[in-house]
Design a protein around this ligand. Structure first.
Ligand code: T3D
Length: 260
């Protein structure tokens, strides 16, 4: 049997591939455990400067594996399962101070939608689709979907998508602001590779701190946000990449960022 979760690091880019194509990469407990280990590696390994999350075959991720879910009914409390697995993965992606690209190759459903929305930039194939899916099995949104969705598309549209379970195609996802860009399916690999290489050659610490500031200021007043920006700028100004960026500008050359 092939590994249901693939991890490859090359040229500063870590690629995490959900690899159960026959099941549209539905998630099992063993996959979520391995995913959490990979996230720790991504956080600790300074040579990793960009992360790409994708799925193999025609799906991105169909959420919780419903066969596993049925087979363990009564063995686990759903809330504990969420706390131990999906909640930590979603927080791990969100709090990782490195850019994370969602390479949305196909359908993202349920917790798979949560995974997609927890990435920082989503590049979708024109064959991608998005569905909350929870309501189809009588569940409420989890894996951060109730948090991400209204922030991206507004309350009314979020409610509509959640209670209808509508499958949104890539073009509508772009209109709604669910993805950054849609590309022809055959061009997805190249588009994501180009973006990932660009980000992996960037000032990783500055990008990570930008992520931190953006997340934090979302829940602050303007006065608090100004103060928080000032505090974090004190950190950024002490990075080598800041010094390199200024030197390159003054010397009229391209900067060579090292990510620290
Ligand atoms: O504690 C907890 O874990 C609770 C947490 C829950 C989080 C959740 O994620 S709840 C939501 C779970 N996901 C779903 O309800 C989605 C179920 N899947 C679908 O609705 C559809 O498959 C899709 C809309 C995603 C795609 O439809 P389509 O027509 O393109 O594909 P398909 O034919 O339905 O699926 C292809 C195969 O994948 C099929 O297998 P088969 O018949 O060829 O052997 C199908 O059964 C399998 N598959 C798809 N999704 C899942 C799945 N198998 C297991 N679990 C799935 N979630």
């Amino acid at each position: 049997m092939s590994d249901p979760l693939l991890f490859d690091v090359s040229g500063g880019i870590a690629t995490v591939t959900l690899n159960r194509p026959d099941k549209l990469n539905a998630l099992t407990t063993s996959i979520t455990g391995a995913f959490l280990d990979i996230l720790k590696t991504c956080a600790r390994d300074d040579s990793i400067r960009c992360v790409v999350l994708t799925g193999s075959g025609r799906g991105f991720c169909a959420g919780q594996d419903l066969e596993e879910f049925m087979s363990v009914q009564g063995e686990w409390s759903v809330s504990d399962h969420l706390r131990r697995g999906y909640n930590r993965i979603i927080s791990g992606l969100w709090n990782l101070e490195k850019p994370v690209i969602g390479k949305i190759n196909g359908v993202a459903a349920g917790a798979g939608l949560g995974l997609a929305l927890a990435t920082d930039l989503r590049i979708a194939s024109d064959q991608a689709a998005f569905t909350a899916a929870f309501i189809g099995i009588g569940l409420v949104p989890d894996s951060g979907v109730s948090w991400f969705l209204p922030r991206l598309v507004g309350q009314a549209t979020a409610f509509e998508l959640l209670v209808s379970g509508e499958k949104v195609n890539a073009d509508r996802a772009l209109q709604l602001g669910l993805v950054n860009r849609v590309v022809p399916h055959d061009a997805l690999d190249a588009a994501v590779a180009e973006l990932a290489q660009h980000l992996a050659a960037g000032p990783t610490r500055g990008i990570g701190l930008t992520k931190r500031v953006l997340h934090k200021t979302a829940s602050l007043s303007l006065a608090e946000a100004l103060e928080y920006e000032a505090l974090v700028q004190d950190i950024a100004v002490n990075t080598n990449d800041h010094r390199e960026g200024v030197a390159a500008f003054l010397q009229k050359r391209q900067p060579q960022f090292q990510g620290r």
